[in-house]
Design a protein around this ligand. Structure first.
Ligand code: DGJ
Length: 725
């Protein structure tokens, strides 16, 4: 429920367990008053009394830097990082936007192209729009807050409108900005690298500005566009946690400025680095969305809210609530070296093991025998597939499997027919060298004619081959970001125009092929974000399929993103990246904790391994609804426990799955603590299948339980899955 108290001039956004309060000061400036646990009216009044005193003082003789502000402007007496910056026609960068009006409406407006969280029940969801005006310059700002009360989530975005008679440039416009009262605060970030995505790094916020960002044109391996701020230390079950997740896949910024007062400003949105957007009279600019989540009870509650929100409001289309098929992908099995028969052999072995979908990865088009050629030539390579894609697809379908295809639409190989024909279609700065990465250049996705070419050629391939699934890859960062089409003044718009062009193509292909399941991918997980999830219901988590590495990657990814979104495959050993050999059971249990699949030529596996795999696949089919749509709880962290454990619980709490992985071998004298389960019904007695054990939910959660196998587990890679009913 969102309310405005016209006497006190405050907005109160009340979720089921949260309050977010904004106040309009006597001089029509916006102050952030509170975000946290639901407020009683008594505590709200106390906050208001304190604020009113402070607000009046500020208006008269104290700098605005001592206020906790909401969406602060720049150039007056608050010199902390602003939420926006406008360059006026006269060159001035100072602006002053003041409150003029607001509206509170059911549901959420349509903001046009780009990722946008959905509303099904507009009785529940409301949007607050606050209108601010810079009277001198006739510019208008609109701040949007959509409240999803059941998940305690507020989705923010901003629009700037130029109503002046002169053009302006926008140098910075955040989706969300607010000031927290003095802390202590800590920050959790998720940095990484290729094959090593999203490591959880937690630590105190130090004075000064911490910029988490991407300048690579993609959300990046290096840092994920999700961060958490905690007030003091937090654990899975305790502590105040604030989450910020950007629904954007290009250059992004989270800017945390810890000021000398101890107060913290958190700005989140498009990166202002190398950004400049021209607005002619009458034009406007809309930012991407930022999803704000709050938990008074530690990380776990925050993750649960974000998982539900992502499944219910971000992921959309045919596959939103559909169990995802178990796939087999030929990448690690063959790389570029395959032909029709070899693929059929893998598919047949897959079918025998119970697989549901066969995915043909990179190398099916042009003359792509390695990664130096053919991107952009989306025509089948008849040398490898003499019966064409359709012939292969028919044979795969004939086995009773669905057929999936890999594409990398945003790229062009200099060695390609497309490049010969259109050497100016890649991002480039005239006269400068075009730097390659993985021997490829990036298509200028801001240009509609390039998107049309891609839409037509890709649609043709998907249609002809009766494709059921698409893996959309993207294997390099952007460089030489320039083009000849935009005017010199508009070159600073290109990164964002690129990203909006990508969303446009995703959107068109989604509409054209509503039943096709799309999986996002970017050299593994370099574009794992809510932006991609708005168009692609699942994402390839990492090229690293080593079972132990994956434990860390999937563990950290789960802080923001639900297991159904995480592509997780069993591959062969020794692992293609780490060269480590981990037992099949462990690899299977890690993969079964996400969106399960296989990435191997299992026709070469021993009959024993194939039988074991078939068993896991059979079992996953039984537990799939629970893993893909249940509540996920992290119990023990791979970072600091002897073992890692996590669990899934169904909606009615009648069923649960406990996964345990022994990360470090037990040594004599070490006392392994019992695993405290979560999310169970305290008054239900659960039977642990195969253990001849019955324990109450209450005991499982309060006292915990340590499976016998993990009490003194020596040696390597013990893992188990326990089913509770
Ligand atoms: C990177 C992806 O992450 C891999 O799974 C595979 O599709 C390769 N690209 C193919 O080039």
């Amino acid at each position: 429920m969102i309310t405005f108290n016209s006497k006190q001039k405050i907005f109160h956004l009340e979720g089921q367990g949260t309050s977010y309060v904004i106040g309009v000061s006597p001089r029509e400036d916006f102050h952030h008053l509170y975000w946290g646990k639901s407020l009683s009216s008594k505590s709200l009044q106390k906050i208001l009394r304190d604020w009113q005193k402070r607000a009046i003082e500020t208006e008269h003789h104290i700098s605005r830097e001592f206020q906790t502000r909401e969406f602060p402007d720049f150039g007056h007496n608050d010199l902390r990082a602003p939420a926006f910056q406008v360059k006026q026609a006269d060159g001035s960068r100072v602006s002053e936007f003041l409150y003029v009006s607001h509206s509170i409406t059911p549901g959420k407006p349509d903001f046009g192209l780009g990722p946008s969280s959905q509303v099904e029940d507009s009785d529940q969801v409301q949007t607050l729009r606050i209108n601010l005006v810079d009277k001198l310059k006739k510019q208008e700002l609109e701040l949007y807050y959509t409240l999803y009360p059941q998940r305690n989530i507020v989705v923010r975005r901003t629009i700037l409108r130029n109503k002046d008679a002169k053009p302006i440039s926008l140098l910075k416009l955040m989706s969300s900005s607010l000031d927290f009262a003095p802390g202590p605060y800590r920050l959790v970030r998720f940095p990484g690298a290729w094959a090593n995505e999203r490591k959880m790094v937690e630590g105190p916020l130090l004075p000064g500005t911490t910029r988490l960002e991407s300048r690579r044109g993609i959300s990046s391996h290096e840092m994920n566009p999700f961060t958490m701020v905690t007030r003091g230390e937090a654990t899975e079950e305790k502590g105040e946690v604030y989450g910020f997740a950007l629904a954007y896949s290009g250059n992004w910024l989270m800017e945390a400025e810890l000021f000398r007062t101890g107060g913290l400003r958190l700005n989140a949105g498009l990166n202002d680095f190398d950004f400049e957007w021209q607005l002619k009279p009458g034009e406007n600019f809309t930012t991407p969305e930022c999803v704000l989540a709050y938990s008074p009870n530690g990380y776990s509650q925050l993750s649960l809210d974000l998982h539900h929100f992502t499944r219910e409001k971000v992921i959309r289309g045919t596959w939103q609530y559909k169990p995802r098929p178990i796939l087999i992908n030929n990448w690690e099995a063959t790389y570029f070296k395959f032909n029709h028969d070899k693929l059929m052999k893998i598919a047949k072995a897959g079918k025998e093991a119970g697989i549901e979908l066969f995915v043909l990865d990179d190398g099916w088009f042009g003359k792509r025998d390695n990664d130096t050629t053919s991107l952009g030539d989306w025509f089948v390579d008849k040398r490898k597939l003499p019966k064409g894609l359709r012939g292969l697809s028919d044979d795969i379908h004939g086995l009773g499997l669905k057929f999936g295809l890999w594409i990398e639409p945003e790229m062009i190989s200099p060695q390609s027919q497309l490049y010969k024909k259109h050497p100016d279609w890649c991002l480039h700065v005239p006269g400068r060298k075009r730097r390659m990465a993985r021997s490829q250049l990036v298509l200028d996705m801001s240009r509609p004619e390039i998107r049309d070419y891609l839409f037509d050629t890709i649609s043709k391939a998907l249609e002809e081959a009766r494709v059921d699934y698409v893996k959309w890859d993207m294997n390099r960062s952007l460089s030489e970001v320039g083009n000849r089409v935009l005017s010199p003044q508009k070159q600073g718009e290109l990164y964002h125009r690129y990203m909006m062009g990508v969303y446009d193509l995703m959107d068109r292909l989604n509409r054209r092929f509503p039943r096709v399941l799309f999986e996002g991918c970017s050299g593994g997980g370099a574009r794992f974000d809510l932006g991609v999830l708005s168009y692609h219901p699942q994402i390839w988590t990492s090229d690293n399929t080593d079972g132990l590495e994956r434990l860390f990657i999937q563990y950290a990814t789960s802080f923001a993103y639900p297991p159904i979104a995480m592509g997780a495959h069993i591959s062969s050993v020794p692992n293609h990246i780490t060269h480590r050999s981990i037992p099949l059971k462990w690899r299977a249990l890690v993969a079964m904790s996400g969106n399960f699949g296989v990435e191997a030529d299992i026709s070469k596996w021993s009959p024993r391994d194939r039988k074991e795999l078939a068993g896991y696949i059979r079992f996953y089919k039984e537990i799939r609804p629970l893993v893909q749509f249940g509540d996920f709880y992290r119990l023990e962290s791979p970072y600091n426990s002897l073992q890692t454990s996590w669990m899934f619980v169904n909606k009615t709490q009648t069923e649960a799955l406990l996964f345990v992985f022994q990360v470090k071998p037990w040594t004599k004298g070490t006392k392994v603590p019992p695993i405290k389960l979560r999310g169970l019904n305290p008054s239900k007695t659960y039977e642990i299948k195969g253990e001849k054990l019955k324990i109450s939910g209450k005991k499982m959660m309060k006292v915990g339980w340590l499976p016998k196998a993990f009490r003194t587990a020596r040696g390597n890679y013990h893992s188990s899955l326990y089913r509770l009913i």
